[in-house]
Design a protein around this ligand. Structure first.
Ligand code: MN
Length: 337
């Protein structure tokens, strides 16, 4: 039987921690909520944990407010959703809580198949899929886990989130079949999308701020890379309202000639993060991120520099150079095809 180790670990546990990494998104949160609904139906106690606050634009996923920061000390298994990268657990590594979880069964469920993996996990299910929740659906179907209505809704929402409404290359025929199953089970995409749209309404002060960000967008690498830098004082001021990168990254991507859009955040301690988005056919994201110690998908990736040794301008120059190299290699490959 497939997933037999997952089955055994879950059956043996009474209290399961569902852990999201330090970059929660619609898929990781939706997956956590889906597992919470499934395991609750199986009479298990579930605690959802994430070190990072859930962003405002994700709060259409009802139940987000049950995600807590502290890892309970009486759990007997952990499921990590939507990441296979150890570096994304900085907070719990630092405070030692992760060490405690490592002594218990730890299951990773993910769809970032190009990542290095989590060495201390006892079971890893890392499969090609449009979203982690698609993998959860496969596991639940295979193992005969219950799929209550709220679990179906969460799985549908997280697939829609990661596949950008089923429009990414990662949306496979199986993804569509699963969505069909979910609709058959009663999920209303219209209703769920209405909730999401309501939350996409922005606070009025974000509109002029978006204008400021757009004015600061720079183009380099023969116009193929668009970048914007978000300094700490703006992160501090605007992040509680909306992720500043997400305000402009799609506009940056939609400029004629641009293949890659990158939003940098510079934190008060000198830490720099980069969010990379690539246009269709320009899948250099994961390679680019990996060159700077990060990872992700071909079209959506990121990295983080914590040592504070380099100024953001230096980083941008290096990244743009590497991006151009990767894009040119890709051009060459496409020409020879
Ligand atoms: Mn995902």
């Amino acid at each position: 039987m497939k997933y037999v180790k997952v089955k055994e670990a879950v059956e043996a546990a009474n209290h399961i921690v569902v852990l999201q990494a330090d970059n929660p998104d619609g898929d990781s949160l939706g997956s956590a909520l889906a597992l919470e609904a499934i395991f609750s139906e199986m009479d298990k106690h579930v605690t959802m944990v994430c070190a990072v606050d859930i962003a405002a634009h994700l709060k259409y996923l009802s139940g987000w407010d049950r995600v807590q920061k502290d890892i309970p000390s009486n759990a007997d298994a952990t499921i990590i959703v939507d990441t296979s990268t150890e570096t994304l657990f900085e907070y719990y590594e630092a405070n030692g809580q992760l060490n405690w979880l490592k002594t218990k069964p730890m299951i990773v469920i993910d769809h970032h198949t190009e990542t290095s993996g989590i060495s201390y996990a006892s079971v890893t299910v890392n499969e090609t899929a449009s979203a982690t929740s698609e993998v959860i659906y496969r596991i639940a179907s295979e193992l005969g886990w219950p799929l209550p209505a709220d679990a179906c809704e969460m799985i549908a929402m997280s697939i829609m989130s990661d596949s950008l409404g089923l429009t990414t290359e990662s949306a496979s025929p199986e993804t569509f079949r699963i969505m069909g199953d979910l609709v058959e089970k009663g999920v209303s995409l219209a209703k769920l999308d209405q909730a999401r749209r309501e939350l996409m309404r922005k606070e009025p002060e974000l509109i002029p701020y978006k204008g400021q960000l757009l004015e600061r967008v720079e183009f380099d690498a023969s116009g193929r890379v668009a970048t914007v830098v978000i300094p700490w004082k703006e992160i501090e001021k605007y992040s509680p309202l909306y992720n500043p990168s997400m305000l402009v990254i799609d506009d940056m991507r939609m400029v004629v000639g641009v293949d890659v859009a990158i939003a940098y955040k510079v934190y008060s301690d000198g830490k720099i993060t980069a969010k990379i988005r690539c246009n269709y056919g320009k899948a250099v994201g994961s390679d680019l991120a990996r060159a700077f110690g990060g990872g992700g998908h071909p079209y959506a990736a990121g990295f983080k520099l914590t040592d504070g040794k380099k100024k953001v301008d230096e980083v941008i120059a290096e990244v743009n150079k590497k991006a151009l190299k990767l894009l040119e290699a890709l051009d060459e490959k496409n020409e020879t095809l």
